[in-house]
Design a protein around this ligand. Structure first.
Ligand code: DMJ
Length: 415
């Protein structure tokens, strides 16, 4: 974390993202210092005090919330990052800035279903979504909005989430679909557990854990059963790395923790069975991998062959995340061994001489090729979950904190 963040500080300070091979920044999210805000809590938790101080100084003196706002990404990374920093430090500065961000995000609600993009305060959809909102853009605001209302005492954000949850409860008889028309409220497209829908399901459970929301708890139980029946990684299925968060979600939900642990094993195999030790971003499972259990954390014997459909590793966190939940729920050393193994491959293939880490391609070969992006989620999530797997459970106990989908811990309301 220290090396990755220092490289960003040196070459891309205040830019949204870091291109570590070119050694320059890129303002892909409106120029709001996204990487800094996404990294705040990790720096704080790991005790990297010089870097944390610089990041806090940025929030205090340089942070402005402007430009093209991606409602989903800015909610989970910027609003979530600020609320988490506030949850951990109780410093009013972070809540003040979170409120500023929350105020702008309210512009997405010209309808009950929010739009995906704000251009100078005007609602737009993602260019590729044909006027529709993406499911996860609608379902993944709940933790941040409800926490913001609780911390500020201003109910406006929580009211938006109540209205969205009513929308879900009117459609809870089948798995959710990818697109929602904000005007007609019609849902269309495919039902998956991968990108575009993933975190909607996660947030039902986490909102229930955050404040005991009864409707969210009921929705989670209903959808969880359908997910286990229809969307587990099984033979013949295509599965995205993004979908691997499902292991951790099922473990946290407890009813299907056995299935969650099995999903996590399968997802870990996406790394351990690849020659580079890094996972492909999308795979096909050739034969049911969750029928048997893993005998050794580094054995490749269980389950079927995994073939690579998208030969890149984008520093994604979902497998490290599920391993963290698996560790917390079982304390079985095999999860720490898997985390060590995954971390070794990341360090070997993704780290550059300047200390930064980058996305890579050709992970199905022995030696992947370096691309040119240090994703901000690598600092917010991947490194945090790997690190937490080796910390005592008293660091961020799961009955006191809920992690948003960008791994930003928010304190639950009864604590
Ligand atoms: C992160 O921004 C979040 O975890 C999100 O929910 C999904 N995509 C990325 C990481 O892969």
């Amino acid at each position: 974390m220290k090396e990755a963040f220092n490289a960003y500080m040196k070459h891309a300070w205040m830019a949204d993202e870091f291109l570590p091979v070119s050694e320059k920044g890129e303002n892909s999210f409106g120029g709001n210092g996204l990487t800094i805000i996404d990294s705040l809590d990790t720096l704080y938790l790991m005790g990297l005090s010089d870097e944390y101080r610089a990041a806090k100084h940025f929030v205090e003196h340089d942070f402005a919330f402007h430009g093209r706002i991606n409602v989903f990404e800015h909610t989970i990374r910027v609003l979530g990052g600020l609320l988490s920093a506030y949850s951990l430090t109780h410093e009013g500065l972070f809540l003040e800035k979170a409120e500023l961000v929350g105020e702008a995000l309210l512009g997405a609600f010209t309808n009950r279903i929010p739009c995906g993009v704000l251009m100078n305060g005007i609602c737009r959809s993602q260019p590729w979504a044909n006027g529709k909102s993406i499911n996860a853009e609608v379902g993944t605001l709940a933790i941040e909005f409800v926490a913001l209302s609780r911390f500020t005492g201003d109910a406006r954000w929580a009211q938006k989430i109540d209205a969205i949850n009513t929308f879900w409860s009117e459609r809870d008889d089948a798995l959710l679909k990818m697109f929602i028309d904000p005007k007609t409220e019609r849902m269309s497209g495919k039902a998956t557990i991968g990108g575009g829908i993933d975190s909607t399901y996660e947030y039902f459970l986490k909102l229930h854990k955050l404040n005991g929301d009864v409707l969210a708890g009921r929705l989670y139980r209903k959808f969880e059963g359908m997910i286990v029946k229809e969307l587990l990684p099984k033979s013949g299925r295509v599965f995205e790395h993004l979908g691997c968060f499902m292991g951790g979600m099922l473990i946290l939900g407890e009813t299907y923790s056995k299935e969650g642990l099995a999903v996590t094993e399968t997802c870990a195999r996406m790394y351990t069975t690849n020659p580079s030790g890094l996972a492909c971003d999308k795979v096909k499972l050739e034969r049911s991998p969750i029928r048997k259990t893993l005998r050794s954390p580094i054995s490749h014997e269980n389950g079927g062959r995994i073939s690579c459909l998208s030969d890149v590793y984008l520093l994604r966190p979902e497998v490290a995340e599920s391993i963290f939940y698996a560790w917390r729920s079982t304390h079985d050393e095999k999860w720490r061994l898997l985390a060590t193994q995954i971390w070794g491959a990341i360090k070997k293939h993704c780290q550059l001489a300047n200390g930064a880490f980058t996305d890579v391609r050709y992970v199905s070969r022995d030696t992947p090729q370096k691309l040119d992006k240090q994703e901000s989620w690598f600092l917010a999530e991947t490194l945090k979950y790997l690190w937490l797997t080796f910390q005592p459970d008293t660091i961020l106990p799961l009955d006191e904190f809920v992690f948003n989908t960008e791994a930003h811990p928010i304190r639950v309301s009864h604590k």
